[in-house]
Design a protein around this ligand. Structure first.
Ligand SMILES: [Zn+2]
Ligand SMILES: [Zn+2]
Length: 155
């Protein structure tokens, strides 16, 4: 469970051509049940680990925009088409990384879940904060603080 974040955590896409690295813990972890994530993830929901952009680095490969080609910038490996990370609309200081790309996943548990209004009825996640859609910005700031406290108790 214990990760030495300062020495960095590596991740890669399905084919390994796109590699990345983070060198600090996430500021939030989440599961999203929206129909868009269900389609892009080819699964019941998507997983997200949010990192400050300054702690995230693409090491190899040239990520290309996929998904909606719209407001949120979804980045994919050009070769294997894995959805690796997203730059959400209107946010320039953090990046949403798909945690299943990391070599070590032992640290990941979704803290919040979003879009439960579109959740498949049989899905259960361990998230402790559930939102019918997305939390409002003010509420999200509070959640970041709660998550930071929660994370510091784990180490
Ligand atoms: Zn790839
Ligand atoms: Zn979603």
């Amino acid at each position: 469970m214990k990760i030495d974040w300062s020495s960095g955590l590596q991740g890669e896409c399905r084919c390994g051509r796109l590699t990345m690295r983070v060198n600090a813990p996430p500021i939030m972890t989440a599961a999203c049940h929206c129909r868009g994530c269900q389609r892009m993830r080819s699964s019941a929901y998507s997983l997200t680990a949010m990192f400050l952009k300054s702690n995230f680095l693409v090491m190899a490969g040239e990520p290309v925009i996929g998904g909606l080609h719209g407001e949120h910038r979804h980045f994919f490996c050009p070769h294997c088409k894995s959805w690796v990370f997203t730059e959400p609309l209107g946010v320039d200081h953090f990046v949403n990384v798909r945690p299943t790309m990391f070599d070590d996943l032992s640290w990941f548990v979704p803290f919040i879940e979003t879009y439960t209004c579109e959740k498949l009825p049989w899905v259960r996640t361990p998230a402790t904060h559930s939102f019918e859609k997305f939390p409002a910005m003010a509420e999200f700031s509070l959640l970041l603080a709660t998550f930071a406290t929660h994370a510091s108790k784990q180490t």
